[in-house]
Design a binder for this molecule. Structure first.
Ligand SMILES: NC(=O)c1ccc[n+]([C@@H]2O[C@H](COP(=O)([O-])OP(=O)(O)OC[C@H]3O[C@@H](n4cnc5c(N)ncnc54)[C@H](OP(=O)(O)O)[C@@H]3O)[C@@H](O)[C@H]2O)c1
Length: 326
């Protein structure tokens, strides 16, 4: 299937939540150039998958993340452009409950992007709070594939049980599921180690995308209890988690030093070694450069075992997405 071939060109993607986040919290348009430089750097270094969502940069600046991503991709003229795969996620808003509303939502995303969406994903399952809503939305997702409006469909925040059900339903219509996106990092192993999503993905031929692979920045090692925290909810979360993750950060630092790599690169490489496609969010060219340095080498089995052990024994973990299903 075409989308799988495209995705396999890249072992690292680039997330755009950072854009969406900034856009929500008082966006400064002077950042556009910086974000475009991030995009250009990523594409010229072989990054092909860009993940966004129609809820990123919403409110007053509706869909701005998609608008920017579309503009950057149009204005990119160096080689590699033909491989760019734009993935968006359609939100399961309460007011979006018919299959046609998903088709319309994807058309709106395509309009903002100025091109067709390559991979359309259901942003989250409504199964935890409004099961009745989900069937129509999933039907709409499959309609998009059948109507040739997208090259592939994917899911996000689904656990193995629901994934299997949706897979069965889609298979009846001849619609393959290309990807599943879950929160997966050294601080969020739950979807894989406890839920077992990777095994099910392998069984069903679905690629696993690891979102928040840097645990929102915690695994870069730049945050500490003594230093300053980011503003808002992220700062509150970091205050709670940081005291319980010293051994994991020490292990990451040790592996990074022995490899002459950055901690962020080791954290991202760990995801790649687990056969997931990480989509770290980068806000600056420096961060993007660093994250790209996670490519082209591999941790060995001993290092992976050390990191796994440290991850399993941390007192604190990332909070799971409330929409993550079983
Ligand atoms: N499906 C879903 O429900 C879902 C949910 C969340 C995210 N996602 C996707 O996953 C993508 C990435 O996730 P995320 O942004 O939540 O988390 P992340 O990739 O774990 O962390 C990104 C943050 O870490 C910091 N950072 C990144 N690279 C760095 C580096 N090399 N050195 C130092 N700091 C660095 C930046 O924040 P600071 O500079 O402010 O520290 C950046 O915003 C999103 O863009 C989105 O596409 C999907």
């Amino acid at each position: 299937m075409q989308i799988c071939q495209e995705l396999s060109l890249s072992t690292i993607g680039c997330g755009t939540w950072a854009w969406g986040n900034r856009l929500l919290w008082g966006y400064d348009e002077s950042m556009d150039d910086q974000l475009q430089a991030v995009f250009n750097l990523c594409v010229s270094n072989g990054v092909t998958l860009f993940d966004t969502g129609d809820s990123y940069g919403t409110g007053r600046l509706n869909g701005r993340s998609e608008l920017l991503l579309g503009r950057f991709s149009r204005e990119y003229f160096v080689s590699g452009k033909e491989n760019i795969c734009i993935a968006t996620k359609l939100a399961a808003y309460p007011w979006r409950w018919t299959r046609q509303s998903m088709v319309s939502a994807c058309k709106s995303s395509a309009k903002r992007l100025g091109r067709n969406v390559d991979l359309v994903q259901m942003h989250w399952s409504t199964a935890n709070y409004a099961l009745w809503q989900e069937g129509s939305l999933l039907n709409g997702l499959a309609d998009l594939y059948e109507q040739g409006l997208v090259k592939g469909v994917g899911l996000s925040n689904y656990g193995p049980k629901r994934l299997k059900r949706v897979h069965q339903k889609f298979a009846e219509r001849g619609v393959p599921i290309a990807t599943l996106q879950v929160q997966y990092s050294l601080l969020s192993t739950y979807p894989v180690t406890q839920l077992g999503v990777k095994d099910v993905c392998d069984e069903l031929g679905i690629k696993l995308i690891a979102y928040s692979p840097l645990a929102l920045g915690l695994l870069t090692g730049k945050y500490s209890e003594k230093g300053s925290f980011p503003k808002g909810i992220r700062g509150l979360l970091f205050r709670q988690i940081l005291p319980g993750i010293h051994p994991l950060l020490a292990c990451l630092r040790e592996v990074a030093q022995s490899r002459n790599k950055m901690m962020s690169q080791v954290a991202i490489n760990w995801c790649i070694c687990k056969e997931a496609i990480p989509i770290p969010g980068a806000k600056t060219v420096e961060q993007a450069k660093e994250n790209i340095g996670a490519l082209g080498w591999q941790l060995d089995s001993g290092e992976i075992a050390e990191l796994d052990k440290a991850a399993a024994s941390t007192d604190k973990k990332m909070v799971q997405n409330i929409f993550q299903t079983q």
